[in-house]
Write a protein that binds this ligand. Structure first.
Ligand SMILES: NC(=O)c1ccc[n+]([C@@H]2O[C@H](COP(=O)([O-])OP(=O)(O)OC[C@H]3O[C@@H](n4cnc5c(N)ncnc54)[C@H](O)[C@@H]3O)[C@@H](O)[C@H]2O)c1
Length: 388
């Protein structure tokens, strides 16, 4: 018997850059049935990579791929492609993003959205010149259920007067000095920002969404491993910053408080730890991907006890899923949810989205560039740099 099936609106995607993150997108698309009650669905029909081995993985693993390109401009000329995911090294963001947007294709671009502030400004100008194109930046961690709780509590104004905020993203695989050099350790391909460009928008997405744009910054940047095997028997210098600690002053309409942001490639013991802690006079809260099921909160009334409540959060993110509430949420789930938010906005428009949390906005990426540029200057001069 034929079953009634409500057809989802299909968005035909091209992927430029079929490496680590390109594959994550393919994997999210392959398990779209995980999501319930969505009226949209991505389909990868075209791919492009300069390296044929990377493309070959897609051809093998993604049956919907019809077009394989080496030059992304050929993909842009394909009228069947509605939208593009671009995940290439940072030095290529500016030209490729500008060409994608100018070709009228919607774009989910990877951070940092340009190798430096000048590149980012040119991308933002192109977006302004093409208002019909939807452009968003990849940032998946706010879709963890624990992070969604924090967002809800901030929106509800639970914290009272904010005492301080701390947010960070810490890795540790670079602690191993025998790890070979790659494009992420070279200024020409990764950019002067180093670990800030790699990890920083992840850390800033929620603070910027909450309206906590830093007014000033004092930065301490650190290079720890100075050279790495070059893969040809020799050693190559590591040019980019490994770790960054940014002490920021936040001034909102009603509050002023310190915010410590850190991005670290060498944080012993941390594989992929993204966290946010907010302390307030009436409520404090903390979420870290180190304990992905738990969120901690401390409500306080004057004179009352100060006790942390640590609760297991249900598997419940922005979009409904087939997974029961008792199970654990992980990195690839957050990627799937982010992709749902992007596709939702493409199909239903900002006002009609099935839930309100949008992917990172180009203005938020621009806010991160303002901060990282000021941080470089602060580290050079040893001064606190005002942004506004
Ligand atoms: N959202 C996240 O959690 C996350 C995680 C890692 C990386 N990233 C971002 O994703 C982007 C890519 O990083 P990655 O780790 O996937 O890198 P990667 O090196 O694994 O993949 C990049 C791919 O781009 C291809 N490429 C290079 N030049 C090209 C060109 N001219 N045309 C087409 N393809 C080209 C490479 O061959 C490679 O396959 C970066 O912007 C990075 O900051 C995001």
């Amino acid at each position: 018997m034929a079953e009634d099936k409500v057809k989802n609106k299909v968005i035909r995607f091209g992927v430029i850059g079929c490496g680590l993150m390109g594959k994550e997108f393919a994997s999210a698309v392959a398990r779209w049935c995980h999501l319930t009650d969505v009226n949209f669905e991505p389909q990868i029909i075209a791919i492009c990579d300069a390296n044929s081995a990377a493309s070959a993985w897609f051809v093998r693993a993604v049956p919907s791929v019809k077009y394989v390109y080496v030059d992304y401009k050929d993909m842009l000329a394909n009228t069947e492609v509605d939208a593009i995911y671009c995940a290439v090294p940072h030095n290529l963001h500016e030209q490729i993003y500008i060409d994608i947007i100018s070709a009228g294709k919607h774009l989910l671009g990877e951070k940092p959205f340009g190798i430096d502030k000048e590149a980012n400004e040119r991308i933002l100008q192109t977006i302004a010149d093409h208002p019909q194109v939807i452009v968003r930046c990849s940032s998946e961690f706010p879709f963890y259920p624990g992070a969604m709780h924090i967002t809800k509590w901030v929106k509800e104004g639970r914290f009272g007067r904010i005492i301080e905020v701390e947010a960070g993203f810490w890795h540790s695989s670079d602690l191993d000095p025998s790890k070979p050099i790659n494009w992420k350790r070279r200024i020409a391909t990764n950019g002067e920002y180093g670990c800030m460009g790699d990890l920083g928008l992840h850390v800033l997405h929620l603070p910027l969404r909450f309206g906590w744009q830093p007014q000033s910054v004092r930065a301490l940047l650190n290079k720890i491993v100075e050279e790495r095997p070059d893969g040809q028997g020799g050693m190559a210098p590591c040019e980019t910053w490994d770790n960054a600690i940014l002490a920021c002053d936040v001034l909102t309409e009603t509050q002023q408080f310190p915010m410590i942001l850190s991005t670290k490639r060498i944080a012993p013991g941390h594989a992929n730890t993204w966290f946010i802690r907010i302390q307030g006079t009436e409520f404090s809260a903390e979420f870290t991907t180190k304990n992905p099921k738990q969120v901690a909160s401390l409500p306080y009334v004057p004179g009352g006890t100060q006790a942390w409540h640590v609760a297991d959060v249900p598997y419940h993110s922005a979009y409904g899923t087939i997974t029961g509430g008792i199970f654990e949420f992980g990195f690839s789930d957050s990627i799937l949810q982010m992709w749902a938010a992007f596709c939702d906005e493409l199909v239903n428009g900002r006002e009609g989205m099935l839930q309100p949390f949008q992917c990172a906005l180009p203005e938020e990426a621009a806010g991160s560039h303002d901060l990282f540029t000021a941080a470089l200057e602060s580290n050079r001069s040893g001064d606190t740099i005002r942004l506004y």
